[in-house]
Design a protein around this ligand. Structure first.
Ligand SMILES: Nc1ncnc2c1ncn2[C@@H]1O[C@H](COP(=O)(O)OP(=O)(O)OP(=O)(O)O)[C@@H](O)[C@H]1O
Ligand SMILES: O=C(O)[C@H](O)CO
Length: 448
């Protein structure tokens, strides 16, 4: 197959420009400014009557997640003339210096001691809040790992072990968080329980399919529709009953036998004090990417912002669509740009290093070689794909040939889940550094 190198270089730049436009649209600071507006003493909240700031002595800003410091920065700017204090927990490297709000950095995806400290501080603020306090919560993806608050008898080590195992077995985020909510003093609405009767504006940058406030960062201010029984069932489903710590199993069993109170459910009067606002989500990123692609001359289609499940299946589908575009100009004709979002999972079996986006790209290297002038790009909007320093990777029609010249064989790297080392050798990792936003992944398929 003849590869048009000039075309390929342009396509690479196009993919990066489209991704940058997607990131720009979900910039957390701008997103908060878009939804939270000030008019003198009034705070305008979408879909609600305005909040009169004169009703409150003080505003407490709390939250956790990779984007939370930037969200809190915007809140600080909006409330520049009010009494504001608070605590925010972000992943190491995602920090920002804020005047009136403490920013704690902690471990992610595996929680650490700093995270427990942040959770304790936030719990203390929430418990001390009265009806004269307005709480503005800045929640974003990564918040679950960043606020570990294990119940008595369960150690942080045991929680770390459980989180690692659930990641390895490929539990999806709904399952993962159903378990976490039942092993926490803050998640699953428990922070709201502590904060009641304070009024809460719960700002969320969503990194979950469906944008459910109960799932984003395990919903510290949201009702939980899962139960202790569900949490136990999830451990059974992944065959973890034997290797889950005894303390965890016994806590969940006590919950099932109603010895422990379950998380607060919707309908609980505490939630009448909360206003939930999704300030940014994957579809917003995809729409911005689509506009950027159109400006570059592509015919565009957003496939879905909720692609979940197995990474290999998602890769097969994206390959098939690109093939169809090239062969029959369906569902759009070249030059075509297909966008999709969501978050797939990889069941890590090998000892290698990688992430779902890098593995997605690697799985498509043969398809790219077979489809003239095609490119597959996949990256996490947070700038981190799995436990690596890359956001993702791309493959194009020439990638396979270049790899062979370097004696890099995709199947060997795939068998070891070692997509990171494949792409670092090939020079096709996407590295953005921490973007301070997080709305799951963006995939871009280009066919010219
Ligand atoms: N070697 C590997 N190859 C492929 N995928 C991997 C590898 N190691 C980990 N993963 C995948 O990376 C994912 C974890 O990635 P990441 O840290 O980006 O989490 P995340 O889900 O985006 O975090 P959060 O949702 O908390 O923001 C898991 O789905 C896991 O299957
Ligand atoms: O922190 C979490 O729970 C995930 O990122 C989903 O929001």
């Amino acid at each position: 197959m003849q590869v048009d190198m000039k075309n390929m270089k342009n396509m690479r730049n196009d993919a990066l420009a489209i991704f940058n436009a997607s990131l720009e649209a979900v910039d957390p600071e701008k997103a908060v400014h878009k939804y939270l507006k000030r008019e003198g003493d009034l705070l305008r909240v979408p879909g609600e009557s305005a909040v009169d700031l004169r009703d409150y002595e003080e505003v407490l800003v709390v939250g956790a997640g990779k984007a939370s410091a930037a969200m809190a920065k915007a809140v600080g700017e909006i409330l520049y003339d009010r009494r504001v204090r608070g605590v925010i927990c972000v992943k190491y490297g995602h920090e920002l210096e804020l005047d009136r709000i403490d920013v704690i950095q902690a471990g992610h995806p595996v929680p650490d001691e700093e995270g427990t400290l942040a959770a304790r501080e936030i719990m203390r603020l929430a418990s001390e809040a009265t009806a004269r306090h307005l709480i503005i919560s800045c929640i974003s993806g990564g918040g679950s790992a960043l606020l570990p608050a294990p119940p008595p008898g369960i150690s942080l080590d045991e929680k770390q072990y459980l989180t690692k195992r659930l990641l390895e077995v490929g539990a999806d985020i709904h399952e993962m968080n159903s378990v976490r909510k039942h092993l926490s003093l803050v998640k699953g609405g428990r922070l709201m329980k502590a904060a009641f009767p304070a009024r809460v504006i719960n700002l969320m940058l969503s990194d979950v399919v469906g944008d459910d406030p109960g799932v984003i960062a395990s919903g510290p201010f949201a009702p939980d529709n899962s139960t202790f029984q569900d949490a136990l069932r999830i451990l059974q489903k992944y065959d973890m009953m034997k290797d889950a710590p005894e303390s965890v199993l016994s806590w969940l069993k006590r919950g099932v036998s109603r010895e422990l109170p379950d998380t607060p459910k919707s309908g609980d009067p505490i939630f009448s004090q909360v206003t939930n606002i999704i300030v940014g989500s994957n579809i917003q990123a995809l729409i911005a990417g689509k506009h950027a692609a159109e400006a570059l001359g592509y015919n565009t289609l957003i496939l879905s912002s909720s692609v979940q499940g197995n990474t290999a299946e998602a890769a097969l589908l994206h390959g098939a669509i690109a093939r169809e575009i090239s062969a029959s100009e369906n569902p759009v004709s070249p030059p075509a740009c297909i966008l999709s979002g969501g978050e797939t999972t990889v069941q890590v079996r090998g000892p290698g290093k990688g992430g779902r986006n890098q593995e997605f790209a690697l799985l498509l290297i043969e398809a790219a070689a077979q489809i003239p002038n095609s490119l597959f790009f996949s990256a996490g909007t947070d700038g981190t794909d799995g436990p690596t320093d890359a956001a993702g990777a791309l493959v194009e029609s020439s990638s396979l040939e270049r790899a062979r010249l370097l004696h890099l064989y995709p199947e060997h790297f795939l068998a070891r889940n070692d997509s990171y080392h494949f792409f670092s050798s090939l020079g096709d990792l996407i590295k953005t550094g921490p973007t301070r936003t997080n709305v799951m992944d963006v995939r871009i398929v280009l066919v010219r």
